[in-house]
Write a protein that binds this ligand. Structure first.
Ligand code: C2E
Ligand code: MG
Ligand code: MG
Ligand code: MG
Length: 290
């Protein structure tokens, strides 16, 4: 009986493994053609300046619109793209698309910085720096309108490459954020050694901050440390007014999250900027003399 059970559970698990690896192979194949099939889209999620209430920056987040199939999020397809190396061409597509969007926004008079996420594989691509330089130039945008987001893991695993890349990127005028801060296993010494501009506090610390004294303490410590190192702090995943108030009161610089907006397709993002800008204007004219 015991033997039987073991055998069937082995079969069960090997079937599951088969299904999982088949799915990965299927996604790999589909990813190969996704750029040429125009299946990728960049969504933009605004970041709110907590002192002025304005939107001067947004994060570019990749979406994969596969025809006739279920939606699949970046948390699932980015790791596959990373393993297969497809992230290199995909990442280039993201950078050039983001620069194109910055240019379009400039022409519309809606100047806005955009940040793009970088994966480990991209850091090892020796053409990356040139590609960034060329994309900025071809789109006639200011280098400081582009920002790069790297996680702590990326920094630690590729320290020498990262140091070179970030130094060169800084010379260009592009700025750098540490993404998902607080979740990596890194030493903090890189914060003073590397040319970094912003720290993004991971969403997991923001989620329960209202009820969790430990999360509050960690957030306050991150803000204090960042400010003494002259770095800006961005809170990710802000969903409630209570979270926003806590962050604002404690001098967090920027906030990003569903409270303000979900990631939006480009056209909707432009509308969002117009609406929020008008709201500010209405607010001012209501206060000002008639
Ligand atoms: P991330 O860079 O940390 O991006 C933030 C994620 O949090 C996004 O998920 C965003 O939609 C989500 N988010 C924002 N505000 C809220 C909120 O208030 N509540 C909740 N629950 N979630 C919120 P998304 O778009 O699914 O992206 C997931 C991850 O995939 C990103 O995490 C990033 O690591 C990666 N990714 C996305 N686009 C790219 C890309 O172009 N290149 C690379 N290399 N990675 C990317
Ligand atoms: Mg990010
Ligand atoms: Mg993040
Ligand atoms: Mg993340």
């Amino acid at each position: 009986n015991a033997k039987k059970a073991t055998k069937s559970s082995v079969q069960f698990y090997s079937q599951k493994l088969k299904d999982a690896s088949q799915r990965i192979i299927e996604l790999e194949n589909a990813l190969q053609n996704a750029i040429t099939n125009h299946e990728f889209e960049l969504f933009l999620q605004p970041m709110l300046d907590l002192t002025t209430g304005t939107i001067l920056k947004a994060e570019a987040l990749l979406r994969w619109n596969r025809l006739d199939t279920e939606k699949i999020g970046p948390d699932e397809f980015i790791p596959i793209a990373e393993q297969t190396g497809l992230i290199v061409p995909i990442g280039k597509w993201v950078i050039s698309k983001a620069c194109e969007m910055i240019s379009t926004l400039n022409h519309r008079g809606q100047n806005c910085k955009l940040s793009v996420n970088l994966s480990p594989r991209q850091i090892s691509d020796r053409h990356l720096l040139d590609f960034i330089r060329t994309s900025i130039k071809n789109n006639h945008i200011q280098p400081d309108q582009l920002e790069l987001e790297l996680t702590e893991g990326v920094l630690v695993d590729n320290y020498d490459k990262v140091q070179f890349l970030l130094t060169e990127v800084r010379k260009l005028g592009v700025s750098v954020s540490i993404d998902d801060f607080g979740t990596g296993y890194s030493s903090l010494s890189y914060l003073k050694k590397l040319p970094i501009d912003h720290i993004k506090i991971d969403r997991s610390f923001i989620q329960d901050l209202v009820n969790d004294e430990n999360d509050k303490a960690i957030i306050l410590a991150i803000i204090a440390m960042a400010h003494s190192l002259k770095l800006n702090v961005i809170a990710e995943g802000v969903e409630t007014e209570l979270q926003r108030n806590f962050l604002q009161l404690n001098h967090c610089n920027l906030a990003q999250g569903y409270l303000f907006s979900r990631p939006l397709p480009f056209a909707q993002f432009c509308d969002y900027l117009t609406t929020t800008a008008n709201q500010t204007l209405i607010g001012q004219s209501a206060l000002g003399p008639k």
